[in-house]
Write a protein that binds this ligand. Structure first.
Ligand code: ACO
Length: 470
């Protein structure tokens, strides 16, 4: 067992050992084991013993620490969840210090090398890799749901020609909720499974349609003879040919990119999926909300920002000057840094490796030279070394996507397709977890005490502008 939040849990149960106010307690009285935290509340001189389980204490145990019967009890304050575990999860394991990523115990490197994306989807959702027969059945279930209802297609047609593909993606996924009202039945396992298959089947279709829409091209229907990535490529790029044939090396590279992006435990968008799902909202609107979180430039939107940054830098010789700007606090190096990884992101390493095979087909993306120089200088520079800032998954993915022919605006949509599987696996785990309830954080109120409303005509001119909060 290791320490910290992202650690494997042996599944022990511990009992609360905190005594109710006001009687102070000794550790011997209440807790016999060593896995406990002794707390002395200097305000009352009371001592408390709080069990430590899997390297964590339960925040609710602190509620018992009070200065008096009217005291609400102690809370933790953790903006941005820097040190708070919100769930138990058996899906994805990350050791950020060592640069380790595993899905259901399997190292990401082995999964990327030996599996296809649909096997990974099965693994994340069911807990095990499929047998050949299970994979065949699973594929059948997914391809059965690749078509969009014609009304969804028309819905997409309503967007402006220059609408951002991510905005179209988010809205269309949310709109599926109106097509499948049965999805509200979140406690029915059969219904959950059906919605999961619908979403995994349809997100490539939606993504491809947003792309075709932005180019003004007619939509291409799915071809269910093709693999998951090949069919996506078919819907993106087929023109007049009766049957689309994807380049197998590019299709495999895309499939690997899908594998790498499929899940990443409790990141910003997954937290949104779980938070919205905790209100028992249906999985379509929950997925749309998660995709909205993904779209931000600090999260999945970073891949698009990396390309803008490389464009802005322009050439390899301008890299040192750009790094100096970042160090002076003028902007961030996009595609660098991670809340959890304080080491090289293992996904970035695999992407760099996959890039070589893509460039053999497409020719080298000239931005690669700038990116490599950025990485080289940053990894030697004290500013980045001290802060443990390494390239993350978004640093190299955009360079491959661009070489394959995608516009930067599509990059985050390409991320959302495979991450839908991770969101759904996490949502399914949430719905089945008896410990989970509606997500509802607390706050530290910093506003006014109670005050009386003054009649409109007697109010003094407000000093603050109307948008400012007290
Ligand atoms: N460039 C320059 N400095 C950085 C960067 C960066 N990319 N990232 C972090 N830092 C600096 C911060 O300014 C801070 O410096 P300080 O201690 O002097 O104040 C220090 O490193 C710690 O950074 P935090 O902002 O506290 O780290 P946090 O965990 O909150 O943020 C994040 C993580 C959002 C990913 C951040 O590194 C970042 O903005 N990176 C660029 C955007 C990006 O690539 N996002 C994709 C992440 S991967 C994904 O979501 C799929």
């Amino acid at each position: 067992m290791c320490d910290g939040i992202g650690r494997q849990a042996p599944g022990r149960m511990a009992t609360l050992a905190v005594r109710k106010f006001p009687a102070p307690v000794t550790s011997r009285e209440v807790f016999m084991g060593n896995d406990a935290l002794s707390i002395l509340d200097k305000r009352t001189q009371a001592t408390y013993e709080v069990p430590i389980e899997d390297g964590t204490i339960r925040a609710m145990d602190l509620r018992k620490i009070k200065t008096g019967p009217d005291d609400f009890g102690l809370m933790t304050y953790d903006p941005a969840f820097m040190n708070t575990g919100s769930c138990r999860s058996a899906i994805t394991f990350i050791d950020g210090d060592k640069g380790i990523l595993r899905y259901r115990g399997y190292p990401i490197e082995q999964l990327a090398e030996k599996c296809t994306f649909l096997e990974i989807a099965y693994l994340l959702l069911s807990g095990e890799l499929p047998t050949e027969t299970q994979l065949k059945e699973w594929r059948k279930q997914i391809i059965h749901h690749t078509m969009l209802h014609e009304t969804s297609k028309k819905f997409l047609e309503g967007f402006r020609y220059d609408a951002h593909p991510m905005g179209m993606f988010i809205s269309t996924v949310a709109a599926l909720s109106t097509v499948y009202p049965d999805a509200r039945n979140v406690h029915d396992p059969a219904s959950r499974n059906l919605q999961i298959c619908r979403l995994i089947g349809k997100v490539p279709t939606i993504a491809a349609y947003t792309y075709r829409h932005s180019l003004g091209f007619p939509y291409v229907y799915p071809d269910n003879d093709l693999g998951y990535a090949e069919n996506f490529m078919n819907m993106l790029w087929r023109m007049m040919e009766p049957k689309y044939t994807a380049n197998p090396i590019l299709a495999r590279a895309l499939d690997i990119l899908f594998i790498l992006h499929a899940d990443h435990e409790q990141n910003c968008s997954t937290n949104v999926m779980r938070s919205v799902g905790s209100s028992q909202a249906d999985p379509f609107v929950s997925t749309a909300a998660a995709a909205a979180a993904l779209s931000g430039p600090l999260h999945g939107g970073a891949n698009e920002e990396v390309l803008k940054m490389l464009d802005q830098i322009g050439s390899k010789d301008k890299v040192p000057a750009y790094i100096a700007e970042i160090k002076a606090g003028r902007g961030k190096l996009m595609g660098f840094g991670h809340r959890v990884y304080k080491n090289y992101d293992p996904r970035a390493r695999i992407i760099k490796w996959a890039a070589d095979s893509v460039f053999e087909i497409t020719g080298k993306n000239p931005k690669l030279e700038i990116a490599l120089e950025l990485e080289r200088i940053a990894l030697e520079d004290e500013y980045f070394v001290k802060r443990k800032l390494y390239p993350n998954v978004d640093f190299y993915s955009g360079i491959i996507y661009q070489a394959m022919g995608f516009k930067p605006e599509m990059f985050t949509v390409l991320f959302a397709i495979p991450r839908t599987v991770g969101w759904l696996a996490q949502w399914q785990e949430l719905v089945q977890d008896p410990e989970q309830k509606i997500a509802r954080p607390r706050q530290i109120y910093t506003g006014y005490e109670a005050r009386d409303v003054v009649e409109l005509e007697k109010r003094a001119l407000a000093t603050a502008p109307v948008t400012a909060q007290p």
